[in-house]
Every structure is written in C-alpha cells, then in structure tokens.
Design a protein around this ligand. Sequence first.
Ligand code: HEM
Length: 430
Amino acid sequence: MTDAGRRVPQDGAHRGECPASVFARRSFLQGTVAAGVAGAVGLLDDGAIVDTVGDRNARTGVIPFHGYYQAGIATPPQPIGTFASFDVTAAGRDELTDLFRTLTARARFLTGGGTPPKPSPDSASPDNGILGASVVPDDLTVTVGLGAGLFDDRYGLGARKPAQLITMTPFLHDDLNPALSQGDLLIQLCAGHRDTLVHAMLDILAHTGGAMKLRWHIDGQRNPPRPVGTPRDWFGFKDGISNPDTTNAIKMNQEVWVQPGTTEPAWSAGGTYQVLRLVHFDIEKWQRVPVAQQERIFGRRKASGAPMYAVSDDAPDSLDPIYTNDPQGLITPLDSHVRLANPQTPETAATSSILRRSYDYNRTVNERDGLDLGHLFCCFQRELDTYIAMQTRLEGEALVPYISPRGGGYFFALPGVRDPQDYYARGLLA
Ligand code: HEM
C-alpha cells in the first residue's frame, strides 16, 4: 500500500516508541472523489474515469450488475465463492460473441433475480429449481476474466491482448497441477449462500455447454470474524487487513483499474488483472509451531491481528505495520510475510499494493490422502507486473515450508457491462 492509504505515524513513532496511540486512524476519504459518488461516473482533471461500484440494495440483496466496472472486485467480499476456469470451444468469432452474449444474459438475470419462464408441459424446466420457484439475488456477483490462451490464433484476437497478460509460469516453490491451472475464461461467483452459487453455476453450464468446457473449479468461503474485524484463514491469522481502500476512486484508479490512454488496448479500460493461486497449507506442520514463531513468520500478532509492535491481545488489527525504526527486523523479521509483501522501501513502493480478495478452501477427501486445506488467493491489480514482483520477493519468505502453491492462473477481468444493450467483452470483439 502506498503512503496515501496508510495511517500516518504521529510524533513519537520515529523515536522507537510504537504504542497504538501514536497512529492516527486510517482516512477513508482521501482525494477529491471518494465514497460519496457510489454508482456515479465522472472524469478527473487528467481524464481518468471515476466510478465507484454500485451500492448493494439491502432490501433486495441485489448488487448492481451494470456499471463501468464489474461487480465482485471492489465489492466487499461475500461469504461464499466459487472460481471456475473454462476452455473455450466456440467454433469461431461469431460463436465466441454468442457465448459472451449468453453469459451476459444469464449473469444479468441471476444477479437481479426473478421468476424464470414457466416450462411448457412437455419440456424440461428452464431453471434447475434449486432456489425454488423464484430466483433470489442473494448478493450474487458474476465476474468474468480472460486467460492469455483466448488470444491465441483461434479467434484472431492476438493484437488486442492486454499488454501484460501471460500464462502463469511456476515460481520457485510452486508445484503446479495442470488440472488445477490456467484456462481461457474464468468465472468468479460470489454470494451469501452456497446454494445460490450451485444454482448459478448449473444455470451457466446449461446455457453455454457447446461453447466452453469446465477445466477446473474450486469452492471457497470466508470465515466469520473471530471475534471481530477481519476474518481468519486456516492458519488462524486475520487475513485481508492491509488492502487499498476500495471506496477511494483515486487510489483504485492508481492501483486496480486499467486506465484509458495508456499502453493497454482501449477496450480494456475499466478492467483489471486478476491472479488466482491455490495454495495448499501443511496444517499439521503449522500446528506444531509455537505461536510466537508463527507471529514472526507472518509479521503480525495472531490473537489481535495487530502489527508486531502491539503486544496487547486487544490491540486493533487496523494499525499499520511500520519498519522505519526496525531496519534489522528485530521487531518484524525481514523475511516475514508482510515485510516481504510490502517492505515499505522506496525501491518497492511501486510493487507493494494489490487488492486482495481471497477465500479459504477445504478439499479434504479422506484421511489417507491427508488434509487438503488451503487458501484460494485472489488479487486484482492494474499491472500484472506488480503481483509478479511481489510474489518473487515472497519466494524468500519464512512461510515457504508451510505452504505449497498447486494451481491457479492469470486472467484479465473484463470492464463492466455498462447497460442493458452491452455485453461482456463487446469492446474486445467489436
Ligand atoms: C499462502 C497464502 C497466504 C496467506 C495465508 C496469507 C496471509 C496473510 C496475512 C495473515 C497477512 C497479514 C494481515 C493482512 O494484512 O491481511 C497478509 C498480508 C499480506 N499479504 Fe498475504 N497471504 C498469502 C499469500 C499472499 C500472496 C501470494 C501475496 C502476493 C503475492 C500476498 C500479499 C500480501 C500483502 C500485500 C499483504 C499486506 C502487507 C502489508 O501491506 O502490510 N499474500 N497475508
């Protein structure tokens, strides 16, 4: 995170004192355009587009589908998620366009909810019935991304590929399973309940069967806050604390959304690079590590989630880490997760902020094959290179013996579907 998104240390922090009281609270409304413009589109002085994500309707549980950006990125994470990667099998550009039109129509209906058409007496029902007679929106978001494979010579899209989109190659400690990696098209579904996602997934499969084939999929959840604040992952640490402020449109333009008038193709403005990593946890090994050491591995306190300088179990997790008084890593080790992810140095300032929106998975089948619990790491950033630089730094982290990255991929999450006439990837295919 850049300084603009951090709470600022007040007098005293640089003298080596790090009590909670020396930090001011994070400012959520920085710059001239912020939370108050939810759902509105405008232009900044430099021509950058400002559009925060449409507000959820608390009465209906509808998260708006239409917008300059897709929902499911800056949207506060819903408790349940499914990530499904597909190989596209459409026969040519026309069929590909039909696929995106169909996907759009299904996503528009599923996220808005309503009553599906009644079947004629001699035909199968158009809806699978999992949600009853009427489809409830349940905070569903459908977020579509493209893999580098879609830009090969099948559809003549090579010249329009997002500039940094590549196929994910293994990092130093990766053990990537091809059956859980890559894909031409990614659909991220998030909602309040699992049945909503199964309903949506079956609906999408039923309508798009001939044009794309499921390659891999993984279900995840976000745990409830224990006891308050940010949810914990399976390692027991609060995960997702330091993240860009998604209500700050200026920061989102700087760090997450691809901007018009850059080296990126014009159609891609309003999209963002999405990274997925399926990271298996060696839970049994982790549970044998003393808590004090676990904290040094992550660089945060386990009970409170606060940075290492805060010793009270009641310290707020919203405090920011600070390393200016700790160049040798005596408080927060130099090889700890947070310190390598964001070392807070001038050299790493440009590659230290991504929007994390991860889920936790449990794919344990039986005890013989061992526990398969892990992290469905998901992040969004304006430049894929930011993620790659950060992940490369993490190759040296103290967490390495306890995790094993087994799959995932790089995708380009499309710009939003702007209105009822628009459809996914229209700008790309036009
Ligand atoms: C094995 C999976 C991972 C786990 C269990 C994990 C867990 C955590 C935890 C507990 C924190 C501290 C609390 C917080 O700020 O959220 C954290 C911070 C962070 N993680 Fe991860 N993480 C994982 C993978 C990654 C990956 C792959 C990246 C990026 C390449 C990453 C980037 C970050 C960043 C940027 C921060 C905030 C650093 C800061 O500004 O202080 N994490 N992570």
